[in-house]
Unconditional design. Sequence first.
Length: 94
Amino acid sequence: MLLDSGTTLTLLAEPFYTMAKAAVLNQTANLPRVADRGRFEACFQASSGVRSAFPAMVLHFDGADMALPATSCFMQFEDGVVCWVVQRSPSLST
């Protein structure tokens, strides 16, 4: 695992990515989904007044938690479209 606070995206390895995405989709089930934007697989139609509907994330480590606010995990791409910007980490061959 590599944590890089200068990287603009959060990358999660499998199976953590799939589990986190399922949790995001569960917590945003009341928002209408729209087509994915490139590599961003969870996009929603949301007015600016609904931004509070997006959940924050907490990464749990042994002995510490790292809170990621919703503004670090979701980004507005076009007028009214907000995407979860966490991405699946590319597989590394050993």
